[in-house]
Ligand binder design. Structure first.
Ligand code: NAD
Ligand code: MG
Length: 330
């Protein structure tokens, strides 16, 4: 699709919503219930939420309330014009909100997800395209080494280049004790969360030029640990260390590497977690100082900041915390 630079930077999220709704396929307008202009810190959804469970891998369209990802208070400024980005887990949650903000900032995006998530991916594509940008849908399993390489190659082939890699997909299941962590589960968590990051970065770097950026999604569990998430927390710690190592090795090439570490975020990840009960889902995020989980639209602007050369050209090798007032994580 032809791109209109001005359209991307001046996109009005209300128009975006209306344009998306007209297709009648999905209803992203459900995700924009808050009025533009209201302070997000006080007007995002708070627990208790409906008691609910989602079947893995979790379809966002089935989650109540719908996660907020259209960011009506956010003002785009053409920060990512002429850029292309590959975002794993871009169908839903944080990845979807990042895809939408990148498109509003002028970037074309490729998103990866599991084939069962096609419905969510189509909604992301619809909103990205309503910003006048291209959205390439690339379903496939990131635990497959060959697929990680193909994913990068297809993005470069079909979008022409790759400037931003967002390694964001994750596998997560809570367990009561270490006895419940099978070798197979440990392997799946590591293959999805950290092996894929390593493999995608390795495939992407030869295509990247000075000014490019790699951004990984970490978690507060990678800094503080979580007794119910030993395997997942370990992958997030590994993501932080790998990010710092890669930042050091790529700084001379002008490629920056950073991670974002969110606290609890209202996405399908926790409602689909096999060890998370409907009662816990209803209370999700209540124990943070802010008293609620983040919405994806509150997390995504950090990914614009870290991708934008004009905003963060002197920043590489950081883990940026977005934790709702949690200050004990280093
Ligand atoms: P999400 O469920 O919307 O996104 C996770 C995505 O991972 C899924 O959409 C799926 O497409 C992808 N995925 C999982 N296994 C895959 C596989 N084998 N191959 C390809 N894709 C696969 O949830 P989210 O919360 O937006 O998660 C995004 C990131 O945020 C993850 O790295 C997660 O660890 C991190 N995070 C989430 C929270 C939270 O509370 N939701 C908190 C801290 C960090
Ligand atoms: Mg998903």
């Amino acid at each position: 699709m032809a791109s209109d630079k001005n359209q991307a930077s001046s996109t009005n999220p209300e128009k975006l919503t209306a344009a998306s709704a007209q297709s009648g396929k999905t209803k992203p307008e459900d995700a924009a219930s808050r009025q533009p202009g209201q302070p997000q810190i006080q007007h995002e959804p708070k627990p208790p939420f409906p008691k609910q469970k989602l079947q893995p891998p979790g379809i966002e369209a089935d989650l109540q309330p719908r996660p907020q990802y259209l960011a009506p208070n956010y003002k785009a400024a053409g920060k990512l014009e002429e850029k292309t980005a590959l975002i794993t887990g871009g169908d839903s949650g944080i990845g979807r909100a990042v895809a939408v903000l990148y498109a509003r900032e002028g970037a074309d995006v490729a998103i990866n997800y599991l084939p069962q998530e096609q419905r969510d991916a189509e909604e992301t594509k619809q909103v990205v395209e309503s910003c006048g940008r291209r959205c390439l849908l690339l379903p496939g399993d990131l635990t497959d080494a060959k697929f990680c390489k193909e994913l990068v190659e297809r993005t470069v082939r079909e979008l022409g280049k790759l400037d931003i890699l967002v390694s964001n997909a994750a596998h997560q299941n809570r367990k009561e004790s270490l006895d419940e962590v099978s070798d197979e589960e440990f392997d799946t968590t590591f293959k999805t969360n950290i092996y894929a990051y390593f493999r995608l970065a390795k495939a992407a770097i030869p295509h990247m030029k000075a000014g490019s950026a790699i951004i990984a999604t970490s978690s507060e569990t990678g800094l503080m640990g979580n007794k119910m998430l030993p395997d997942y927390s370990a992958t997030k710690g590994a993501i932080n260390a790998f990010t710092k190592a890669l930042a050091q090795s790529l700084v001379k090439k002008g490629i920056r590497v950073n991670a974002v570490a969110p606290g609890p975020v209202w996405t399908p990840l926790n409602p689909q977690d096999l060890g998370h009960t409907p009662d816990k889902v209803a209370e999700f995020g209540k124990d943070t100082p802010i008293g609620r989980p983040a919405q994806p639209e509150e997390i995504a602007p950090a990914y614009v900041f870290l991708a934008s050369d004009a905003d963060s050209s002197y920043i590489t090798g950081i883990v940026l915390n977005e934790m709702g007032g949690e200050t004990t994580a280093g």
